[in-house]
Ligand binder design. Sequence first.
Ligand code: ADP
Ligand code: ADP
Ligand code: MG
Length: 669
Amino acid sequence: MFKKILIANRGEIACRVIKTARRMGILTVAVYSDADRDALHVEMADEAIHIGPAPASESYLVAEKIIAACKETGAEAVHPGYGFLSERASFCEALEKEGIVFIGPKPKAILAMGDKIESKKFANAAKVSTVPGYLGVIEDAVHAEKIAGEIGYPVMIKASAGGGGKGMRIAWSESEVRDGFDRARSEAKSSFGDDRVFIEKYVVDPRHIEIQVLADGYGNTVHLGERECSIQRRNQKVAEEAPSPFLDEKTRKAMGEQSVALAKAVDYQSAGTVEFIVDRDRNFYFLEMNTRLQVEHPVTELITGIDLVEQMIRVAAGKKLPFVQKDIKLNGWAIESRLYAEDPYRNFLPSIGRLTRYRPPEEGKQGDVIVRNDTGVYEGAEISMYYDPMIAKLCTWAPDRLAAIDAMAEALDAFVVDGIEHNVPFLSALMKHPRWREGRLSTGFIAEEYPDGFAPSEPDGWQQTALAAIALSASLIETSRRERHADRLRAASSDLRSDWVVRIGKDYVGLSLTEGHVTIPFDMGMNADCSEIQVVTTWRPGEPVWSGTIGGVKVIAQIRPILNGLRIDWQGLSVRTKTFTPRHAELDRLMPVKLPPDTSKLLLCPMPGLVVSISVSEGQEVKAGETLAVVEAMKMENVLRAERDLVVGKVKAKPGESLAVDAVIMEFA
Ligand code: ADP
Ligand code: ADP
Ligand code: MG
């Protein structure tokens, strides 16, 4: 076995690999860029080597620097994680020349599978069912139009070297093919340094289901069942689960066998994933094979009990797989939520900055539930603009699907992240979504269920009562502490005013206290709408998480002080609350409501980004849907279009300029 390995990656995946290596008694070497001097993976590793400036192209993507770091530290093998150099055959070859082992497949398999066009050809030859389409490089927009016409609309234009959901466009018509082709090609060039694109049939409303395979160097290949990853935004996975609620034993077996056949056909070694889209009738079509560890691999680990990183390391060290297909048993259900630094209320725009507070829920097994959190950050760390906006991957396991979903909802409610915007409210809302809970999924789920974007939902009756109870309990606990009356109040809670009104957003909820005490633990009866509920909590002032029971139901919510009140985040709801006496509530109702400023005559920059181009000039008349400007952020080109017919007024931004979120790009006349 290796004595020392280097992890050519950063963030959560570097930390995750280090954990397993340490458990196996292997020393670890981290590499880091200027932006990652204080990163968690650097702290966790036994040694760390600086490899250059923040941009990945000058650090994490430079093979020579990784090799030099191996030589300097005596690392015998490299685990590439995902992204970065993980699917570069030239990197494996360079390592091999230096006598360093690549912990992953052989270059031949990466070459065959790492490229979408090549891998589709290969899959066809191995009799794996593939998405209908054109198996070659599209030369220009005219060629694209011709091919699309032959395949039949809608089609998908994809970068052959693509990954991470980037560099693909759906086109429903000839004009969209022309438009999309150029954009897909320029995006492919800028994101992957390779502008080859191809076209295939766009399967409407499919599910994304993928098979995990594992192979050693002795011809033993197994599959570890499937993961369903249909909850996607912009073709990028947001939540995943294993197994899939859709597959029957027959389809699982067929997909597993085709995946193993494909892996064998390329002499695959190590862990890999064969991705399929599956239509309503359970027909499945090969999409691509990812020749690396997948982001969502933890859900498979949770239901199989197999550590994929451990197996990758063992296989790379020349060991045989310690199991065969019939030993693999799928047990229970696991869900993964990807926590991203993005604002769900603003069309998921990336958010960067310092994590002023980062308190994940407790990991480990409790009763029938396992919580696992893979992360690369810590409180005080910075989410930078240079890399992926993923903060953490939160996983839960339980014996069945609904229990795993409920455990996830609870874990999300307890996950405290401050300082940047993040998608926890969205993930929490998802866990409550009836269609998700029923398992009626498709890759169009988010677009269909949130056509106008994600907005916080209105609390229902029970949620409103619970929110009022949380707000009132917190305000009573605060007051009692401030007044140092705790002991006296305990003795005579009759001293306490009994009638209160809590404002939740725009609504007012009346609560009257029955009996109990406001000290810690707080334990008080409250009358809401003629029904009495008992409210119990151990919350103390200053704590971000309120946990307790309301009417016997376990509740975990987050509370943050705001001006004259509290903001409560719970189950995907985010409400501003304020506690009043009935008299003050009367007066509050009379206060004028402040209206937000009118921004309808402005084009605002929707995210921090770089202006690529301004497509209009002052005085120009523009029709709804026409392009106004293109802004690049996190390697995506975002086209800003006119929402209605308008006349362009003053243009305030220039191409090449870096803009903050909400900066004015242009005014309309
Ligand atoms: P998975 O299928 O494992 O969920 P994704 O396709 O979402 O993985 O990509 C995994 C990670 O690797 C993401 O962080 C993505 O940004 C990154 N990535 C994928 N392909 C590439 C590539 N060709 N170059 C650089 N980064 C990539
Ligand atoms: P990436 O390398 O970025 O992961 P994939 O080819 O795996 O690219 O596609 C990512 C996602 O895009 C899929 O999970 C699916 O939701 C969607 N997608 C890709 N190809 C098609 C297609 N032909 N029809 C419908 N959806 C597709
Ligand atoms: Mg994919």
